[in-house]
Design a protein around this ligand. Structure first.
Ligand code: AMP
Length: 358
């Protein structure tokens, strides 16, 4: 793909959850069609996209037909099976690129990549059995966190090790999967930078947001984050460095721990990010439009912020608060069209505009 996509072109999106849904809305505002590929029935993105393919990621015929029907492929989650990506990539451009996916799919590869850029991460070590866990604990110490290297999200696949006696239980919780031991970071708070890079190599970062997690799931993002001017520019420079090193095209979420010794990179997500939903109420071009602009080869939009915003996720039964939230004049409501409000399920979010800066 060399020329910018013209309105009317079709953007393929792997994954039909709420991120795919909001990407589809943004794409349709720019005049594009979206084709969603999603194994699960009734995907939230299916309500708003022009076309949906319901098929598993090992269905060669469905993947081939999907790739032939679109002008570019992007994705809303990073754990796409490698074989599916190999097949799709031979037929169509995938943005962000495979390297970004390879780096973010594996916590060990991710940490090696980040440290190779001179960025600071938690001290870490590869764990495959009790001997390597003991060795890593001897080096890193406690408290620490053991995490599966692959397929972890929202705090899943993680076990805390407060004292060395916790090691066997933590290792058993990995169910035989390869893991990484991370030293526990005594951070004051967590922030994230939502950053975008265009095909021309230009980078646009949104103002960092401050994130609060509950039970391992993002609860809220507050903009502006509590950061000094130096920390703020550090955060943005870290994000720009990562995107440029990956020759990245699209939006990325970069999660950082704030400590007295500086910013520590927790993890990166090569996609639009839950902690970037505030941009829908705080910026002229939100993260979803920004991502679609980038993968379509369009110029990036202006990421400047014109309001103070608090984004709060509506998780499980939180969604019953919607009638009351609808009474609040400063509150923008987003619902994902999911039928069952199961515990821990992201049903929607609200953006509260606290102060306009214009
Ligand atoms: P993750 O899935 O790796 O982003 O972890 C989920 C959450 O667990 C993070 O947002 C932090 O609140 C916490 N956490 C993860 N790793 C560490 C660490 N090395 N030190 C302290 N807290 C951590």
């Amino acid at each position: 793909m060399t020329d910018p996509l013209a309105p009317g072109a079709t953007i393929g999106i792997l994954g039909g959850g709420q991120l795919g849904r909001m990407l589809s809305v943004a794409a349709s505002r720019l005049g594009f069609m979206c084709h969603i590929y999603e194994p699960g029935a009734h995907p939230p993105a299916g309500h708003v996209a022009a076309r949906v393919t319901t098929a598993p990621y090992d269905d060669v015929a469905a993947l081939t037909a999907f790739a032939h029907s679109v002008d570019v492929i992007t994705y809303e989650f990073e754990n796409i099976p490698t074989a599916a990506l190999d097949l799709l990539e031979a037929l169509c451009t995938i943005l962000p690129n495979r390297r970004a996916l390879a780096v973010s799919q594996d916590r060990m590869t991710e940490k090696d990549f980040l440290t190779s850029l001179g960025l600071t991460t938690a001290p870490y070590g590869r764990v495959t059995d009790s001997a390597s866990l003991d060795a890593a604990l001897a080096r890193i110490g406690t408290p620490a966190i053991l995490k599966t290297t692959r397929l972890g999200y929202d705090g899943k696949g993680q076990a805390r090790i407060s004292t060395p006696e916790d090691a066997p239980t933590a290792l058993a919780a990995m169910n035989g999967a390869e893991a990484v031991l991370e030293g526990f970071i005594d951070f004051s708070h967590e922030v994230s930078v939502i950053a975008a890079r265009g095909v021309d190599g230009s980078v646009a970062c949104y103002d960092p947001g401050e994130n609060v997690h509950r039970d391992g799931i993002l609860h809220s993002t507050t903009i502006p984050a509590r950061l000094s001017a130096a920390q703020r520019s550090d955060a943005v420079l870290i994000a720009a460095r990562i995107l440029t090193a990956l020759d990245y095209v699209g939006v990325m979420g970069v999660e950082l721990f704030v400590t007295p010794r500086g910013l520590i990179v927790n993890e990166i997500a090569p996609r639009v990010h839950n902690s970037g939903h505030w941009t829908q109420a705080g910026c002229t071009v939100d993260q979803f439009e920004q991502h679609i602009r980038a993968v379509a080869g369009w110029p990036l939009g202006d990421g400047s912020r014109y309001a103070d915003v608090v984004m709060e996720n509506l998780i499980g039964e939180d969604v019953t608060r919607v009638p009351a939230l609808a009474q609040q004049r400063n509150t923008q409501i987003h619902l994902y069209g999911k039928a069952d409000a199961k515990p821990g399920r992201k049903m929607g979010h609200v953006n509260r505009v606290l102060r306009s800066l214009t």
